[in-house]
Design a protein around this ligand. Structure first.
Ligand code: SF4
Length: 227
């Protein structure tokens, strides 16, 4: 059941079936059941991946969590210790902060989709290596193709660089709309950076207000000092 919730899935399909490659034009908003089925099939096709060395050291493959038909997707860097142990992205301290930010937007984790560039934890939470990103990022691209959100939030340098396909200076570029395959991308700080630099929460909240405006979500009072 937990695995089902992580995928935003209602029912699992038989294992071993390869995902049907569906062009984005077929994946319409509101077609949640089809997207759920496609994500489910995709998950089963890659969950035993050993393409890079991180596959041998992971505890759990961390696919993603949330609504397969989400309008808003958050893309982080890679699983950390807690995520590797639980098989779910953003569940440690940084993840709890992200959950509070999502709640401050008037949403829950079930309303959005949350995933990472890498699906397996790098040892000691080191930065992802370029070859690992190159091997793993097609999985992220396929997830986004299936979900077809209205807005993507890039959390931190690695998430943003993978989405935008170029080097990103996050302190300079956060808060400025970018494009990912026709989808607006809002680059912002990673929640783990906010744990080390609490003053930056105010900037992230400004970025999230931009996202809310774009999605037509009404703002509510938020105290960055408390979150
Ligand atoms: S990090 Fe990605 S490419 Fe490497 S083993 Fe895990 S799923 Fe496969």
């Amino acid at each position: 059941m937990r695995e089902s919730r992580q995928l935003g899935l209602a029912v699992f399909a038989p294992e071993g079936r390869m995902p049907r490659l569906v062009p984005p034009s077929e994946l319409l908003r509101g077609d949640g059941n089809a997207k759920t089925r496609l994500l489910e099939e995709f998950y089963h096709s890659i969950k035993d991946c050993q393409k890079c060395p991180l596959g041998a050291t992971r505890t759990h493959f961390v696919f993603g969590v949330g609504d397969a038909d989400a309008e808003l997707v958050f893309v982080g860097e890679a699983p950390g210790y807690d995520e590797d142990m639980q098989g779910e992205p953003f569940v440690g301290k940084a993840g709890q902060l992200l959950t509070r930010i999502i709640a401050a937007m008037g949403l829950s984790r079930r309303d959005v989709y949350i995933c990472n560039v890498l699906k397996c934890r790098p040892p000691e939470n080191r930065n992802p290596h370029p070859d690992e990103v190159a091997l793993c990022s097609p999985y992220l691209h396929r997830q986004l193709e299936i979900i077809a959100p209205k807005v993507v939030v890039g959390l931190g340098k690695f998430g943003c660089e993978t989405l935008l396909g170029r080097t990103v200076a996050i302190t300079r570029e956060r808060g400025r709309w970018q494009q990912y395959r026709g989808i607006p991308v809002m680059p912002t700080y990673h929640p783990s950076y906010l744990l080390r630099n609490p003053d930056a929460k105010r900037e992230v909240w400004e970025d999230m207000k931009e996202v809310m405006r774009r999605l037509g979500i009404k703002s509510r009072q938020f105290d960055p000092g408390r979150e």
